[in-house]
Design a protein around this ligand. Structure first.
Ligand code: F6R
Length: 367
């Protein structure tokens, strides 16, 4: 059942190219860039009536929401609020029929997220669920759905469901931007091709990334604490890396926006504090590099994940994992892979049961 892999989690990490391909299958025309999402039940004029989007989710799915905010605001030109479902449901919400609420949930059964969409719907909001389970409660109660087709996820720590959510959310972004005509035809083709192309890049790179990480973790696996940092589209991936590491290895880990370090957390940095920094060559690269150099000046133990060919990184640390140079909007999907594998390799090196971490359940159906 594990198809030769030692754990479901590793099998599911390797299933990601297929999960993304299945999620996109039949939904993008590679020639014209045109996207169709029939189960969304929304098109053209429906989006003219929307002037705000709420993204509501828990845990890893909330990290997918944080990435989607950047994409939707950039291309579909709609303001997006992101909320943790357990906060959303008890807040004084300013919602009406001009607000769209999107729940993101692998299971479609998470109690807080479900309660959130019930409240939003009562307040007149259109409700959409991004979901991996056909016929789940959230999909039954929503006006529209975007299914991820990651297949069943057995490992308690979410891996392939997360990257499939990112693929579905980028697909949704292109769709809305096309319906609202906020991107050109050419841009639609460019974004569609970038999304379709990411699966084969991940497929090709996975074994190399795992191999390099398994060698690198020998000097990091016994750490007590870990920081993950990133800016822009990499910030939510830093949060996701920290969550993965703490839930399966029990190492205390935190994710930060790189620019926040100097507002407090930099006090933690010394020669015993490992920091994984995501530094793709994107539009905030120069800013990220100056943050990383500040960490280096405080003798932090840096691991850098950056763009292949970026030799400047070698002046900062010897511990570098290079990623291929993909379309910048695909970096969150690409950079999730080393974050997952670092957590997996450290946890297994520490002898942890990665498929069944203590105190955790796959689906949280109670508050
Ligand atoms: C972490 C993890 C959880 C879930 C969260 C939401 O690896 O799996 O944080 O992401 O419990 O679950 P869903 O997406 O089913 O609503």
């Amino acid at each position: 059942e594990k198809a030769g892999y030692k754990h479901f989690m590793l099998k599911e990490i390797y299933e990601q190219p297929q999960a993304i391909t299945n999620t996109l299958s039949g939904r993008i025309n590679a020639e014209t860039g045109e996207v169709s999402i029939p189960e969304l039940n929304l098109q053209g004029a429906d989006f003219d009536k929307i002037d705000r989007i709420f993204l509501v989710a828990c845990g890893t799915s909330w990290h997918a929401a944080l990435v989607a905010k950047y994409w939707i605001e950039k291309y579909a030109n709609i303001p997006v609020d992101v909320d943790i479902a357990s906060e959303f449901r008890y807040r004084h919400l300013l919602i009406n029929e001009r607000v769209m609420t999107i729940a993101i949930s692998q299971s479609g059964e998470t109690a807080d997220t479900l309660a959130g969409i019930r409240i939003a719907k009562k307040m007149g909001s259109k409700v959409v669920t991004i979901c991996n389970v056909v016929g789940s409660t959230m999909t039954r109660e929503s006006d529209g759905t975007v299914y991820t087709h990651a297949g069943p996820e057995i490992g308690v720590a979410s891996t392939k469901a997360f990257t499939a959510q990112l693929a579905a959310l980028f697909l949704f972004t292109i769709y809305v931007a096309q319906q609202k005509k906020t991107i050109s035809k050419e841009k639609g083709v460019e974004l569609g091709r970038a999304l379709i192309g990411i699966s084969s890049v991940i497929e090709k790179e996975l074994p190399r990334i795992q191999d390099q990480i398994s060698r690198l973790i020998e000097s990091f696996y016994d750490a007590r604490d870990f920081l993950f940092v990133g800016r822009g589209l990499s910030f939510p991936i830093a949060l996701e890396g920290a969550l993965k590491l703490k839930e399966i290895s029990y190492i205390h880990a935190e994710g930060y926006a790189s620019g926040e370090l100097k507002h407090g957390p930099i006090a933690l940095i010394d020669k015993d504090m490992p920091i994984l920094a995501l530094v793709p060559q994107d539009d905030v690269y120069q800013k990220s590099i100056s943050n990383v150099e500040e960490i280096k000046a405080r003798l932090g133990r840096l691991i850098l994940i950056g763009t292949e060919g970026d030799t400047h990184l070698q002046n900062i640390t010897d511990d570098i994992i290079y990623m291929p140079n993909v379309h910048e909007d695909m970096n969150p999907i690409m950079y999730t892979i080393p974050a997952q594998l670092l957590s997996y390799e450290i946890a297994t090196r520490r002898g942890c049961d990665v498929d069944q971490p203590r105190n955790l359940a796959k689906s949280v159906t109670v508050e």
